[in-house]
Design a protein around this ligand. Sequence first.
Ligand SMILES: [Zn+2]
Length: 610
Amino acid sequence: MDHFVVSARKYRPVTFDSVVGQSHITTTLKNAIRTNHLAQAFLFCGPRGVGKTTCARILAKTINCQNLGDDVEACGECESCVSFQNNASFNIHELDAASNNSVEDIRNLIDQVRYPPQTGKYKIYIIDEVHMLSQAAFNAFLKTLEEPPAYAIFILATTEKHKILPTILSRCQIFDFNRIQSKDIAHHLADIAQKEGINAEHEALELIGQKADGGLRDALSMFDLNVTFSTNNHLTYAAVLENLHILDYDYYFKITDALTAGSIARSLILFDEILRKGFDGHLFVIGLLEHFRNLLVCKDPATVTLLQVSESAERKYLEQSLMAELSFLLSALSITGQCDINYKSAKNQRLHVEICLMKLANLPQVLQLHSLAAVDETAKKKVEPQQPLNSPAAPSQATTVPLPAVPAHGQSNGSAYANAPAQPAAVPQQAAPQQAAHPQPAPQHAATSRLKSTVSLTQSLTPPAQQPAKQGNAEPQADYAAVPNGAKKEELTLANLQRFWYEFSQKRLQAGNSTTEQITLNREIQLNGATIEIALDNDHQQDAVMNMRYELLGFLKARLDSPKLDINPRVAPQEVNRLPYTPAEKFNFLAEKNPYLLELKQALGLDVDF
Ligand SMILES: [Zn+2]
């Protein structure tokens, strides 16, 4: 049986050009070698498994090669290259700082630096995980790093650049390694699969690339694992999904379809299916977040490049992003993000995710309502100038309000207002055809009724039967504040006030006002300085007074010589004389009047029949 060499080692790149996804670094290094401007200390930073050590080794091999080609790649045939390839070169020293981080280890290394190379031009010292070096070891190393012998080159590698001391950073040429794109990984894996005679589905390799999250070494390990599991050297998407225990992204598409259609039931059933397949709820939430994020980046052609998925998946994302509205995605990200944050602390984690799904499924309706409400607002603004009754505008202006506006009030329960929000709302409907069918009728109705409620309270209380009368007599409303010709303002006394108050209430009555309004106008009023005091039974009545306040004061001020006249409606419920109702109450009422009743009851052992 052949000795099995893992792909990560077997296919470790041996030339700069074969390094995957780090061309910005290999090009720079090659140029430096070509122009002989090689630094003596490098710092390679980047996530694990992206080729830092590989690049360091290629650099060491290349600069020692005796027949360096024009393309600045090692020949792979000379003595030096061969010894490198056999791991037998004395010109390369690797120190794993994770396990050798003491001052002694660094001193040993510095001792070796003193001896020039026996063959070749350079000695290369690779210190991996350099951030693990102790403080003392760093200090011992500084001097050598600053003034190394001409033949020595240091390559420091780390996954955590921020842990490196500034004194070290300033002495090194820094190279930042990229996370390798999943497309590049899949491409590399496809090459290897071909060399190994493995028939691999491209989707399967893409999946491995995504799961590896930018690390080529991890991707190669996964590839080996899946090849081991596979039958007949055939790597299928389904098998990789199962081996790597990855949730098929199709689930996210299906669940998003259910959510945008507002189907709570379908989304919950899909989630149950996912759980029954043994997937963790939290991973699902995180995956869903990423899915929404992917849909969001598809919304703008400029950000589509941020989508790191296979071509077939990209097509699906683009399709679904057309169906999902931006506002839905933003809200969905927010809701799902909260679910993710609180997942660990939730007692019932399954329910926690389910609640999140229910909220998400409800989103399309909520958003539709919101957009209608916005239309509602603008419609209301358009309506407001037509409401001289409630407007604080000067009385003289009120007289100039064009009459056709008034019938509009009369129609407020009819079609005119109902149509107002419906027409602008048609625009978002067209933009979101998938939502048109579902939550349409209800919100429209809600918006209409809401709009009606914005029409002043007093009017909405008017019985429908009075509407035509109101329309007919609408004209006098406009000149409420008009002063009778030639009339002089009278002194502010309670008597005069009561007179004009009564006049006002009669005009309102003719105009067909509401019962509540009429009740408040029939209340007793007091005069306190320039303030009219009126005591009311409840908030409802107070609202009615506040609604006609400006109009009322305008009317009174036009007749009374009191520019500072004001009204103070306050709720002061009167003591209600409650009549006895229940048998017990009746008995107590009677007993209060005639105490002998109590005695009689006790003497005869009677009881009140409840
Ligand atoms: Zn060579």
